[in-house]
Design a protein around this ligand. Structure first.
Ligand code: GDG
Length: 482
């Protein structure tokens, strides 16, 4: 397939700036969006438009220029003011859209000032994209912070090729209805030629919302690919479950440094079964719920004392936002509580790591872990689930996965699915995993690995581009068939 020139747009560039010993440094950002898209842009080339933060400086520009020179793709940064960052990102994006789209509407703060800034910053992104791109480039906008960029670009360049992918879930009409700007956001999304969401659940919800709040829209097609036709144009709506670079994870898992590190970890844990949890610090990931369920498990199944350990990695995220600081304290309190209740000399049931660890270390922990315990309250996909399986090249290990993660429909073939709100159910799922025979572990892990291998990030990209080609062809023929 001939791939178009790509201009990828996301809120942040995949580089984060930190100051170490008084020296400014650029580091790879962590998080699902970057994990998924970075390998793709590396292989494909193109331009990545995104915010470089709130401090425009010659040093930051220089770091980005140098990084662009060494990389197969180029960075096109824009910079926000502190006020924009606070109202657009922390405010509209993370106090409204993020909780609402994860079905946690009681956490929303519908401040009208946030909306003004959301519109303003989305226009600013559109300006940056316009400057960085040519008329026939494919402009691929990502995620909930940038739902209005396409609309502005469409007004300026009616023939532009515009695609959008939403990394988080799309809520049902009952929940979406709470948004004061619900109709506007839906109309903005219809400015794109192709609208990608993670799962069939999200596609159904989005279509139901369009039907409820924009009654003039005509929806055709069935199943996977649907077409929305309105006075705003034609938009294909399809589910594209995002994935990982399976081979890269599997290869790295077999590498010398990772194998050595696994041996070190195992030497220290002897006959203890390791359970792992890896999450950005976020209330949607169900970390307190997991810790409570783990506490319940230890309380009710004392035969597992000194036989299990939970390695819980929490990556700092959205620091400075009060809800996130509160969550950090809650997680620390629960870790202390469980460890205080059950620790013995020589055994601490939770090994809590509050920082981002290097990728080799992360993969070594996946490889060493007998169980991965993922309890998201709701999740667009959850790449950790897929990464864990890809790293298990010895075809062992058990995945215990929230039924509310976007990954659940694909991975139900081999995972133990749990309801994260059901403390007893999660504890039972963990017990089942820890007691599972090696034969059953192998059988389930084979199916999981097969599923992830055949639907990896490259397949995801190809499916997306293929859908875009079909969209363009259908538009030429002006058929109402998706
Ligand atoms: C959003 C959606 C959707 C984590 N700790 C470390 C580390 N990570 C990497 C993991 C993984 C990524 O961060 C987390 O991805 P998730 O998918 O689990 O979650 P979000 O960041 O919330 O991502 C999500 C995703 O977008 C993609 O569409 O799946 O639903 O919320 O790749 O490996 N990486 C390193 N050290 C760590 O300590 N190196």
């Amino acid at each position: 397939m001939k791939l178009p020139k790509l201009v990828l747009v996301s809120n942040r560039l995949p580089i984060t700036f930190t100051t170490e010993d008084g020296k400014l440094k650029g580091q790879p950002s962590s998080g699902g969006l970057v994990s998924a898209l970075e390998p793709l842009l590396k292989a494909h080339g193109g331009i990545w438009v995104g915010s470089g933060g709130t401090e425009d400086s010659p040093q930051i520009r220089k770091i980005l220029e140098d990084a662009s020179a060494d990389s197969p793709y180029k960075y096109a940064p824009l910079f926000l003011t502190a006020e924009e960052q606070s109202n657009f990102y922390e405010g509209f994006s993370n106090e409204i859209v993020w909780p609402l789209f994860h079905d946690l509407q009681s956490r929303c703060n519908f401040d009208p000032r946030y909306w003004e800034f959301y519109e303003r910053v989305n226009r600013k992104f559109a300006d940056a994209v316009e400057q960085a791109s040519n008329a026939d480039d494919l402009i691929w906008i990502h995620d909930y912070q940038l739902m209005q960029v396409g609309k502005t670009l469409r007004c300026r360049r009616p023939g532009a090729r515009l695609a959008f992918f939403l990394h988080i879930p799309f809520p049902s009409p009952d929940i979406f209805a709470k948004l004061p700007w619900r109709q506007q956001i839906l109309k903005d999304l219809l400015a794109h030629d192709l609208l990608g969401v993670q799962t069939g659940r999200d596609q159904r919800n989005l279509i139901a919302c369009l039907r409820c709040f924009i009654p003039s829209v005509k929806i055709s097609g069935q199943g996977e690919s649907r077409l929305a036709v309105s006075e705003l144009g034609r938009t294909h709506i399809e589910a594209f479950p995002i994935s990982i670079d399976y081979c890269a994870f599997a290869d790295q898992s077999e590498s010398e440094p990772v194998l050595e590190r696994v041996q070190q970890i195992k030497a220290k844990t002897h006959d203890i079964q390791i359970t792992v949890g890896v999450d950005r610090l976020d209330y949607t990931k169900g970390i307190p719920e997991r810790l409570k369920a783990y506490g319940y498990f230890l309380r009710h199944y004392p035969e597992f004392h000194r036989k299990v350990e939970l390695i819980q990695i929490v990556v700092p995220s959205r620091e400075g936002i009060p809800r996130y600081d509160q969550l950090k304290r809650e997680v620390e309190r629960l870790v202390t509580h469980v460890n205080g209740e059950f620790s013995e000399p020589g055994w601490v049931p939770i090994n809590y790591i509050y920082r981002s660890v290097p990728r080799d270390e992360l993969i070594a922990i996946y490889r060493a872990a007998d169980v991965a315990l993922i309890t998201s309250l709701k999740d667009g996909m959850n790449l950790v689930a897929k990464e864990y399986c890809a790293a298990k090249t010895e075809v062992n290990g058990v995945l215990v996965l929230s039924e509310f993660a976007g990954a659940a429909p694909e991975l139900r073939v081999g995972a133990i699915l749990v309801n994260p709100n059901d403390e007893l159910g999660v504890a039972a799922g963990l017990k089942q995993a820890l007691e599972m025979t090696p034969e059953e572990r192998r059988r389930r892990m084979l199916r999981l690995r097969h599923q992830i291998r055949q639907a990896d990030i490259h397949t995801w990209r190809d499916r997306f581009f293929h859908a875009l080609e079909k969209t363009a062809a259908a538009a030429e023929g002006q058929s109402d068939e998706p």
